[in-house]
Design a binder for this molecule. Structure first.
Ligand code: NAI
Length: 256
């Protein structure tokens, strides 16, 4: 029997896989032998990420697709194309996200609210629905993993759309975990703490935020995309075969 972390023959989709946390997950999956389809909206970043991942896993195990997750037809097409390209889909990392508009509630525009939810919530719905359809049709089980946020658990003052979108995906995870369990499809949420990516750079670059955040992280450092490599492998693999409906917090102890 091969070790649980050997993902040879496994096919994973990583949305928002061309940068940050998603690229970290894709690197881990690729290193463990999986074939990867990364989805993103920026063709240049997709191409750069494919070059990096192909350096780890070889050209035939990596592909990129330009998919905007807020577009349900594009998502359906992306899942179909991934299944066609690699012959199957075994896991889907529903990770694409945007940061939300930061302002007092009175100043929050409806358009900003819709923009955040279109990607973080509706995008997650489109992706989980299309992936679930594919996994159920294949009848070989599978793993869905959604990237939520500490904002879902603790709230996020002045960023209500982001907190609401990330809270809603945890409710979706708990619902779908039960709904899809009979088909051996596991559904879990991953909650990153403060991770150094393009999304958080503007905050982490300021020494005021740094002075507030860093002392509250028991491991005394921000997370990095590399911290998501092995977690992604575990969540995709038979190593987590009895885990479903859970919220995994990866935050260096910040939430304690
Ligand atoms: P990032 O900005 O580096 O990556 C975001 C990814 O999502 C990019 O690949 C981007 O192209 C993609 N994306 C954005 N809109 C999209 C759309 N409409 N369709 C398809 N792809 C789209 O940010 P990061 O930090 O890597 O974020 C990844 C996920 O982690 C997001 O869901 C974010 O909300 C979540 N997160 C990040 C935290 C952090 O500290 N960086 C903390 C908690 C959650």
């Amino acid at each position: 029997m091969k070790p649980w972390h050997d993902l040879t023959g496994h096919v994973a989709i990583v949305t928002g896989g061309n940068a940050g946390i998603g690229l970290g997950m894709a690197r881990g999956l690729c290193r463990s032998g999986a074939a990867i389809a990364i989805w993103g909206t920026n063709a240049d970043r997709n191409a750069a990420a494919v070059r990096e991942l192909a350096g780890i896993g070889g050209d035939d195990r990596v592909t990129a697709m330009t998919v905007d997750v807020s577009d349900e037809d594009a998502v359906d097409d992306g899942v179909a194309r991934t299944a066609q390209h690699f012959g199957a889909v075994d896991s889907c990392f529903v990770n694409a996200g945007v940061g939300g508009h930061v302002d007092d509630i009175e100043a929050q525009e409806t358009a900003d609210w819709h923009r955040t939810l279109a990607v973080n919530l509706h995008g997650a719905f489109h992706t989980m629905r299309a992936a679930a359809r594919e996994l159920r049709t294949q009848r070989r089980g599978g793993s869905l993993v959604v990237t939520s946020s500490l904002g879902a658990l603790d709230g996020m003052p002045r960023n209500v759309s982001y907190a609401a979108s990330k809270g809603a995906v945890i409710s979706m995870v708990r619902s779908l975990a039960v709904e899809l369990a009979r088909d051996a499809i596991r559904v879990n949420a991953l909650v990153p703490g403060w991770i150094d990516t393009a999304m958080t750079q503007p905050m982490l670059a300021t020494s005021a935020v740094n002075q507030k955040i860093l002392p509250r992280i028991p491991l005394r450092r921000w997370g990095t995309p590399d911290d998501f490599e092995s977690t992604a492998v575990w969540l995709a693999s038979p190593g987590s075969t009895y885990l479903t409906g859970q919220t995994i917090v990866l935050d260096g102890g910040y939430s304690i």
